[in-house]
Design a protein around this ligand. Sequence first.
Ligand SMILES: Cc1cc2nc3c(=O)[nH]c(=O)nc-3n(C[C@H](O)[C@H](O)[C@H](O)COP(=O)(O)OP(=O)(O)OC[C@H]3O[C@@H](n4cnc5c(N)ncnc54)[C@H](O)[C@@H]3O)c2cc1C
Ligand SMILES: *[C@@H]1O[C@H](CO)[C@@H](O)[C@H](O)[C@H]1NC(C)=O
Ligand SMILES: *[C@@H]1O[C@H](CO)[C@@H](O)[C@H](O)[C@H]1NC(C)=O
Ligand SMILES: *[C@@H]1O[C@H](CO)[C@@H](O)[C@H](O)[C@H]1NC(C)=O
Ligand SMILES: *[C@@H]1O[C@H](CO)[C@@H](O)[C@H](O)[C@H]1NC(C)=O
Ligand SMILES: *[C@@H]1O[C@H](CO)[C@@H](O)[C@H](O)[C@H]1NC(C)=O
Ligand SMILES: *[C@@H]1O[C@H](CO)[C@@H](O)[C@H](O)[C@H]1NC(C)=O
Length: 532
Amino acid sequence: MAFSCSSILLLLLVLLSASWATSTSIQEDFIQCLDDNSEHVIPIFTVCAQTNSSFTSILNSTAQNLRCLMPSVPKPEFIFTPLNESHVQAAVICAKKLGIHLRFRSGGHDYEGLSYASQIETPFIMLDLARLRAINVDIDDNSAWVQAGATVGEVYYRISENSKTHGFPAGLCSSLGIGGHITGGAYGSMMRKYGLGADNVLDARIVDVNGKILDRAAMGEDFFWAIRGGGGASFGIILAWKIKLVPVPETVTVFTVPKTLEQGATKILYRWQQVADKLDEDLFIRVILQASKAGQKGERTVTTAYNALFLGDAERLLQVMNQSFPELGLTQKDCIETSWIKSVLYIAGFPSETPPEVLLEGKSLFKNYFKAKSDFVQQPIPETGLEGLWKRLLEEDSPLMIWNPYGGMMANISESAIPFPHRKGNLFKIQYVTSWFEGSKEANTKHMDWIRGVYDYMGAYVPSSPRAAYVNYRDLDLGMNHNTNSSFSEASVWGAKYFKGNFERLVKVKSKVDPDNFFRHEQSIPAVLDEA
Ligand SMILES: Cc1cc2nc3c(=O)[nH]c(=O)nc-3n(C[C@H](O)[C@H](O)[C@H](O)COP(=O)(O)OP(=O)(O)OC[C@H]3O[C@@H](n4cnc5c(N)ncnc54)[C@H](O)[C@@H]3O)c2cc1C
Ligand SMILES: *[C@@H]1O[C@H](CO)[C@@H](O)[C@H](O)[C@H]1NC(C)=O
Ligand SMILES: *[C@@H]1O[C@H](CO)[C@@H](O)[C@H](O)[C@H]1NC(C)=O
Ligand SMILES: *[C@@H]1O[C@H](CO)[C@@H](O)[C@H](O)[C@H]1NC(C)=O
Ligand SMILES: *[C@@H]1O[C@H](CO)[C@@H](O)[C@H](O)[C@H]1NC(C)=O
Ligand SMILES: *[C@@H]1O[C@H](CO)[C@@H](O)[C@H](O)[C@H]1NC(C)=O
Ligand SMILES: *[C@@H]1O[C@H](CO)[C@@H](O)[C@H](O)[C@H]1NC(C)=O
C-alpha cells in the first residue's frame, strides 16, 4: 500500500476533534512536569501551542517539504524549543511520564517530514532543537563539538574561520541539520576521499530513554555504532556530535559542464558510469539530470550536468581528466580555482560572489512540495536503458535526478563498520526527485504516480534482493510501522533496503536501549521482545 503525508484526511479530522479538547491540559501538564524536572524554571516562551499565532511560522521555519505541511497532515499539539541540554532531558522524562508521543527536529530536511509530522500517532508534541546550535572547533585536536541544531553550512563556516586547510566531509546542501543528517550517513563531495560524515564521528552526546545524557564511553560501542547511520530518532536524542576534521588543500577546483541529448549526453553518461567510481579519489563528479527547455526554440530536452569538486588545482585536474575521462572534453576555461569554503557555496548552488557568511543564516535556498526515492547501481545502465529513462523524464514537469559516484574510500570501509552498508561494488547512487509548487491533491497524486513509475522502470537495472535505498532519503513507499507496536517482519522489508545485514544488529541495540519503543516513528527500528 502507498502512503503519503496527505493521504489520511478523514482519520485526521476525527482525531483532531478529539485532541482539541485535551490540548490545553496536555500543555499545562507538560510545562508543570518540565518545571518539576528541571533545575531551573523553564521560560514560558519556549512552548508554543497550536492556538498561538506564532505556531505556524515556527512549525514552517525549517520544514523543507511543503507536502508535509499540507492542512491534511497532523500537526504537533505544541512545539517546545529547549534552550539547553537539561531541557531536552526534562522533555523526555515528561513525555514518557504523561504518555505523549514525541517527535524531534534538528534541520527539518526529512523527506517525509517525520521530524514534525506524524501519520501513525496523534496527539504528539515536537521538540525543535533549533536553539541548540553551538559549534566549538579545536584545530589542534583536528576536531569539533557541534550541537544538533547547527546546519552543516554553519559547521563548514566555523571550520574555515579557524583554518583554510581543514574541512568536514558531509552534505552538499548547506541548510541540513547536523543532528539528523549524521544519523543516516551524510555523504557529500569529499566522500570518495574521506567517506561519510558518520564515518568521521569521534564521540556524541545523547539523551536516552531515561532522560540521561550519555557520551560514547557511557553508551558503549554497540549503542555508539547504531547512532552513526542507523537512521534518526530510533535510539535517543542526539545533543551534539564530536566530528573529526579532515585536511583540504588551500586551492580546490570546481566545474559544471552541461551536455544535452543533442550534444551526445547518452554516450558520455554511459562512459561516466564506467569511470566515475575509479577516478582519482580527489575527484568527485556527480551528474545532475533535468528535463527542461533548451535554447531559443524551446524544445524540451534532457540536460546532464557534470558538477564536480577536485581537491587540487586546475592543472592537475586537467591531467586527471585527460587520462581518465577525456570524453567530457573539460577545458581550462571550465575550471574555477577557489577555496574549500567557496566550493561549498558553489556546490550548494549559491550565486557566485555570495559571501560565505550567508552560511551562518542557515537558511534553505528553496522550498517546494517534493517526493524522492533512491537506488544503488552496480552495473552500468546500457544506452537503451538510458533512452527509456529520457522518455520518462520528458513526461514530467520538474524531474530531477542526481547520480553520485562511489568508489575510493567508500569502497574501502567495510559494510558493517557503521550501519550504512552501501560500500564496495556500488558504482553510483541515484536520487530521483520530483517537485511542484501547488498544494492540491491532484498535483500530489500526479507527481507521486510519475516518480513511482520511473522507479518501477529502473528496477530492471539495479540489484533486486534487496533493492537498496539510502535511509536519509526516507521513502515511506518502502513500507512503514503502522502503530506503536512495530513488527519485526514488516520492518525487515525496508530495514534490509536501508541497512542490509546491519538491520538485525540495529534491532538488537534498539531492544536493549529502548525496549518499550518510546523513540518511534513510521520507519523507526523495531524493538523485539526477548520471548519473540
Ligand atoms: C534539499 C536537501 C538536500 C539534501 N542533501 C543531502 C546530501 O547532500 N547528503 C546527504 O547525505 N543527505 C542529504 N539530504 C538528506 C538529509 O541528510 C536528511 O534529510 C537528514 O535526515 C536531514 O537531517 P535534518 O536534521 O535536517 O532533518 P530532520 O527532519 O530534523 O530530522 C531527520 C530525522 O532525524 C531525526 N532527528 C532529527 N534530529 C535528531 C537528533 N538530534 N537526534 C536523533 N534523531 C534526530 C528526526 O526525528 C527525523 O526522523 C538532503 C535533504 C534535502 C531535503
Ligand atoms: C538552562 O536554561 C535555564 C533557563 O531556563 C538557565 O537558567 C540555566 O542556567 C541553563 N542551564 C545550563 C546548564 O545552561
Ligand atoms: C506564543 O508563542 C511565542 C513563541 O513561542 C511566545 O513567546 C508567546 O509567549 C506565546 N503566546 C502565548 C499567548 O502563549
Ligand atoms: C506554512 O506553510 C503552509 C504550507 O505551505 C502555508 O499554507 C502557510 O501559509 C505557512 N504559514 C506561515 C505562517 O508561514
Ligand atoms: C592528453 O593526453 C594525450 C595522451 O594520452 C596527450 O597527447 C595530450 O597532450 C594530453 N593533453 C593534455 C591537455 O594534457
Ligand atoms: C582504498 O584502498 C586502496 C587499495 O588498498 C588504496 O589504494 C586507496 O588509497 C584507498 N583509498 C582511500 C581513500 O583510502
Ligand atoms: C501492542 O501490543 C500490546 C501487547 O502485545 C497490546 O496489548 C496492544 O493492544 C498493542 N497495541 C496496538 C496498537 O496494536
